[in-house]
Design a protein. Structure first.
Length: 314
């Protein structure tokens, strides 16, 4: 297996990758070609099929595992593969785990830590709402452990949703320990719940793409609906606490233009927004810098609205 992260300019390789994306286009001269996105667990690689009608290019579709033969070149500072041959790989010729980007941390250890936080919640109603999903619902637990937190931006790998959730909980725990105005139970419950809707917004790997429900409703509203299901299963759940919990979820993106139906009105909602943003942005930088050598500028990044680069060794 030649992982994408280890490919070098000038190589000619034959290997099986997941065809993550496929788009047909035309050159300026009207000649058809295919744009591909090849994927394995280490990342993605752009591919070009300049002669899609040649005998060496078999019929294939997006989401197929395909054996590709071609040359690795450098185009505008990024590696690209000029593909000369393609065939669809058969089961047994590849290990699906090689093509699923996965957290580098222990999923079981992270989940045990998350459940330990749930046990620390002293408010019985909030703890019961968390246990409804994270302790009692085995199907949800399995899905949550293996899910990503995003399609591409940050934590876009199996286990990423759990890793991001725990990262946000850690930051919220710090906030709660240092700012007495914060209700720790409400803040940590909100942190654990904040992205729960992503188990329905995004499909499982290898697709990891927006579902119909995700496109139409989005993970914030889906999450509030899921929390409401838990609340309605708990006798005499206080309406005020329920509304405060839901507010933290609907406001956790911070701004209306970022998809939040409401801007933060509670201190806990503001703290959650800060924690979510910090973990997402620092993980995004981590992923951008992961396979970059040296301190070359990476160019303008829309998320940060800035030209970015790694810090030099000091």
């Amino acid at each position: 297996m030649r992982y994408i992260s280890g490919l070098c300019e000038g190589e000619t390789i034959r290997n099986v990758y997941l065809c993550k994306g496929k788009r047909s286009a035309e050159t300026r001269n009207g000649k058809p070609y295919d744009n591909l996105i090849l994927q394995d667990k280490t990342g993605t690689l752009d591919g070009k099929v300049w002669d899609p009608n040649s005998q060496g290019i078999a019929d294939y579709d997006e989401k197929d595992f395909i054996e590709v033969f071609g040359d690795i070149i450098n185009y505008n500072g990024n590696l690209q593969m000029n593909i000369r041959q393609i065939r669809v790989a058969q089961e047994g010729e590849y290990n699906p785990a090689d093509y699923m980007p996965t957290t580098e941390k222990s999923v079981e250890s992270m989940y045990e830590e998350l459940v330990a936080y749930i046990r620390q919640i002293s408010n019985p109603y909030l703890r019961a709402a968390l246990e409804f999903y994270f302790v009692k619902d085995e199907a949800f637990i399995a899905k949550f452990k293996g899910h990503s937190a995003a399609k591409t931006v940050h934590h876009g790998f199996a286990g990423g949703l759990l890793e991001h959730t725990l990262g946000v909980v850690h930051l919220c725990e710090y906030f709660a320990s240092n700012y007495s105005i914060l209700n720790r139970d409400l803040l940590l419950t909100s942190a654990i719940f904040h992205d729960i809707g992503k188990v329905k917004e995004l499909s499982a790997f290898p697709d990891n793409d927006y579902t119909d429900e995700g496109q139409l409703i989005g993970h914030i509203v889906i999450g509030v609906e899921m929390i409401d299901d838990a609340i309605r299963s708990i006798p005499d759940f206080p309406e005020k606490i329920g509304n405060e919990l839901k507010h933290c979820i609907v406001a956790h993106h911070g701004e209306l233009e970022y998809g939040s139906p409401k801007k933060p009105a509670l201190a806990e909602a503001m703290a959650l927004n800060l924690a979510d943003s910090a973990d997402a942005k620092l993980q995004t930088l981590t992923e951008l810098f992961k396979n970059k050598k040296g301190t070359d500028w990476l160019g303008f990044n829309r998320l940060f609205e800035s030209n970015i680069r790694k810090t030099s060794d000091i």
